[in-house]
Design a protein around this ligand. Structure first.
Ligand code: FNR
Length: 372
């Protein structure tokens, strides 16, 4: 089955779309999105983990009218998924985040803007219009830059801050290293920094020197010395809800509660950080047990189809996030390509809910799945 969009035949399967993306863009950026770190064991495990669980459908429930939506911290997720933060999107298509933001807005799917966007937070907010948006923060080792970005996000209407914690340093991405590829080129991954007044003030006279700008971004981007106590700083400076992304250990889930996080995102960064680490789905049940429904739990890494969303929900996720699949759509056909991916997943989630024998996503619970 194919769908005609912008005169391009787009397939209804992410693996076929991935092949089209490989043929549409250069090897460097394609490998950057597709690959994981190390031997890519975690990258594979993320997808395979969904096969360890089976849905056990129920019958003769009226499923003629369905609602796949869920609410997370005041944000409506119409199909229980949102777009994961993905940086430097202009390496995949010239319109970058503007294209994916417009596609998300078309369906009201929440959009999470990365710290490392190719377009600024403000430009992305304009592309989104009134559609829901959160901001993903890479906590800079320069606290004034961190707080400046949070302030800008507040002003531009982002309604939650997602702090990514699994990227104290970059994972060992062998295939990118073999390609000598790094996406952090001026204008292709740095607009958000370039537009930041505090970052600009740090550059001083070297602001017109491309190499100096890149070096400065690399210097300030991550904060490997960060600890749990630092979370207090951000809570003191914003009233927006804070979600912690990259939680895999149930002890950290308990700490997230203790330190006042408003939500957590179970994620291993799509297998791009520590290879050999646990898949997100396998990590979820003990985390759900630790959280006891006190705060929402999101999950990403490996979501490809509707049944995956049902399984994640049944194991305790409130909602999920989608990474690579929408980027493949972006690479193939810009905004139309992302729309195609979203439309396909929205339908698949609806079909999966109906065939599980339920009419509300909120009814999905542990009783409809079984471990293999
Ligand atoms: C990412 N991810 C990511 N995460 C984050 O917090 N900030 C970022 O800037 C990025 N950038 C990024 C770029 C690319 C090309 C990819 C593929 C991923 C991780 C992302 O938010 C998410 O955790 C994973 O992509 C989810 O896994 P799947 O859906 O790709 O399997």
């Amino acid at each position: 089955m194919t769908n005609l969009i912008s005169n391009i035949e787009l397939p209804h399967s992410i693996s076929l779309l991935e092949k089209m993306a490989a043929a549409s863009i250069e090897k460097g950026p394609f490998t950057y999105v597709q690959s994981g770190s190390g031997a890519e064991n975690t990258l594979r495990a993320n997808v395979n983990a969904f096969e360890d669980w089976h849905i056990v459908p129920k019958v003769l429930n009226d499923v003629s009218i369905r609602d796949t939506s869920t609410q997370v911290l005041g944000t409506k997720f119409p199909s229980s998924f949102g777009l994961a933060p993905v940086g430097v999107q202009s390496i995949f298509h010239a319109d970058g985040e503007l294209a994916s933001a417009r596609a998300a807005a078309h369906y009201g799917v929440p959009f999470i803007a990365s710290t490392l966007t190719s377009y600024s937070l403000e430009e992305i907010a304009t592309a989104l219009g009134k559609s829901p948006r959160w901001f993903q923060l890479y906590w800079s080792n320069d606290i004034e830059i961190t707080l400046s970005m949070v302030r800008r996000a507040e002003v531009a209407g982002y309604s939650a801050i997602v702090i990514t914690l699994d990227t104290t340093i970059l994972g060992n991405r062998e295939r990118d290293l073999n390609n000598s590829y790094s996406p952090l080129k001026l204008g292709k991954g740095s607009a958000n920094y370039i537009n930041d007044p505090v970052f600009q003030s740090r550059l001083g006279d070297s602001s017109s020197n491309d190499q100096a700008v890149i070096k400065k971004i690399v210097d300030v981007m991550f904060a490997p010395a960060l600890t749990w106590d630092d979370l207090r700083t951000i809570k003191n400076h914003t009233s927006l809800p804070i979600l912690l992304k990259g939680i895999l250990h149930e002890e950290d889930a308990r700490k997230a509660l203790h330190y006042g996080a408003d939500g957590i995102i179970v994620s291993n960064h799509g297998g791009r950080q520590l290879d050999g680490c646990i898949s997100s789905l396998e990590a979820l049940p003990p985390i759900a047990e630790a959280i006891q429904g006190n705060i929402p739990i999101l999950l990403d890494s490996g979501i490809r189809r509707g049944p995956d969303v049902i399984k994640a929900k049944a194991l305790g996720a409130t909602a999920v996030l989608l990474g690579r699949p929408f980027v493949y759509g972006l690479a193939v056909a810009g905004e139309q390509g992302v729309r195609h991916v979203l439309n396909h997943l929205i339908n698949d989630i609806d079909i999966s809910l109906a065939l599980t024998g339920l009419s509300l996503m909120e009814q999905v619970n542990y009783s409809v799945i079984r471990k293999k």
